[in-house]
Design a protein around this ligand. Structure first.
Ligand code: HEM
Length: 135
């Protein structure tokens, strides 16, 4: 018998729907992040992140059927993700994760993943540090 996927262990699509809805409720109020999202209702962005996370954690691969390979670094290149934007993103996502009250080790597994990817997507340094590169 194969071990249940993370997706199955957290209860399937409903878990990710609730997580991503809470996350975007936070983004909607955020003065740094909100202007980055062109989508008036945030519903298309909500659906993309929801389907991506479902696929990543072992659920249906609808994300790739619709969007192709995730290529997250490339898809985020057009947004200015400095430490402040990254931390805001994580702040809303960690609040959303806490609302789900996942048991350990599932909670830690999800948290570690999200923190790592958020750091990996950093693509903008503070101006004073960037200037050192250009001297
Ligand atoms: C570090 C801070 C982050 C910022 C500021 C950020 C911002 C954005 C923005 C503005 C978009 C475009 C919205 C749209 O789809 O219309 C986007 C898309 C997306 N983001 Fe992020 N993001 C961050 C981190 C992450 C992380 C950690 C993940 C995954 C764990 C992620 C996954 C995605 C996905 C899957 C999409 C849709 C890609 C597509 O199919 O086009 N993002 N993000």
């Amino acid at each position: 018998m194969t071990e249940a996927s993370f997706y199955e262990r957290v209860g399937g699509a409903d878990f990710f729907t609730a997580l991503v809805d809470d996350f975007y409720a936070g983004v909607a109020t955020d003065d740094i992040l909100r202007p980055m999202y062109p989508d008036a209702e945030l519903s298309a962005a909500n659906e993309r992140l929801r389907l991506f996370l479902i696929q990543y954690w072992g659920g249906p691969s609808t994300y790739s059927e619709l969007r192709g390979h995730p290529r997250l670094r490339m898809r985020h290149a057009e947004f200015k993700i400095d430490a402040e934007a990254r931390d805001r993103w994580l702040q809303h996502m960690m609040a959303a994760v806490q609302n789900r009250h996942l048991p350990e080790p599932l909670n830690e597994e999800l948290t570690n993943y999200l923190v790592q990817v958020a750091h990996f997507l950093l693509n903008t340094l503070p101006d004073d540090i960037a200037a050192l590169h250009n001297r």
